[in-house]
Design a protein around this ligand. Structure first.
Ligand SMILES: Nc1ncnc2c1ncn2[C@@H]1O[C@H](COP(=O)(O)OP(=O)(O)OP(=O)(O)O)[C@@H](O)[C@H]1O
Ligand SMILES: [Mg+2]
Length: 235
């Protein structure tokens, strides 16, 4: 579904991504692991069109989409839930959800809105409340729900569990599994490496802008180097 190859990306003169390549199969969950500053967010920004790579190619559903803008990629089915959620704090929950569908012209928007509110009852309860008054976990749910309203084929989630209490983290991981079950492919960035790999099919490890390891999630979970560096277990 998504094929990224030979990506070199820069902020000004500083090269952050070095020959990054990755592959996401349709219907799968793929996780990118990496320490702070490894380039995970930059990878997500590049795939969603927020940062144009200097070199490399991004193919989505067989089409070369390198260099397209975020709104063009959203129409093709790539939606990003950015790091730090970035919901519209001064707008109501309902307005945030409607913003997710702003580019759609189909007649299913109302139906999808009902479906999303049924899936996230807490958002239905707080429909008229301003986004900024929600708790961290609720804001994350709103950010994910808003992205679902764009009807993505590929959902990019950048650290969705960051800063959330363990029970809420478990909720978020369950939601990600459900999203995949409804047919949406997921590319996930997580520092909560063990939980992320447990729900994933495949994983990549990014270190200082380079992919240094990749494998099935099951293999990565048992790899002694990965365990030591990312899973908090000495082998
Ligand atoms: N807008 C920017 N301008 C210049 N340098 C940046 C910018 N954003 C990130 N960087 C640098 O690029 C590198 C990769 O950052 P990135 O945010 O992609 O890492 P990350 O893996 O997402 O880290 P974290 O786990 O902290 O979210 C870091 O060295 C960071 O300081
Ligand atoms: Mg990041």
């Amino acid at each position: 579904m998504l094929n990224v190859s030979g990506i070199n990306a820069f902020y000004g003169k500083i090269q952050v991504l070095k020959n990054v390549g990755l592959h996401v199969e349709e219907g799968s969950i793929v996780t990118i692991l990496g320490a702070n500053g490894a380039g995970k967010t930059t990878t997500m920004k590049t795939i969603s069109g927020l940062l144009k790579p200097k070199e490399g190619k991004i193919e989505f559903l067989g089409e070369d989409v390198t260099g397209l803008r975020p709104d063009q990629l959203l129409r093709k089915g790539i939606a990003l839930v950015p790091e730090g959620r970035q919901i519209l704090a001064g707008m109501t929950v309902m307005e945030n959800l409607e913003m997710g569908a702003y580019h759609r012209k189909d007649k299913e928007i109302e139906k999808d809105l009902e479906m999303v509110l049924a899936r996230f009852p807490i958002l239905k309860e707080r429909e008229k409340q301003l986004g900024g008054t929600l708790s961290g976990g609720q804001q994350q749910m709103l950010a994910i729900a808003r992205a679902i309203m764009s009807k993505p084929k590929l959902l990019l989630l950048d650290e969705p569990s960051m800063g959330l209490a363990p029970l809420v983290v478990a909720d978020i991981f369950n939601i990600i599994k459900e999203i995949r079950e409804t047919g949406t492919t997921v590319l996930l960035v997580e520092q909560n490496a063990r939980q992320a790999l447990k729900i994933s099919d495949f994983g990549y490890v990014l270190e200082t802008g380079k992919i240094v390891a990749e494998g099935s999630a099951a293999d990565l979970l048992t790899d002694s180097r990965i365990k030591e560096a990312y899973l908090g277990v000495k082998s």
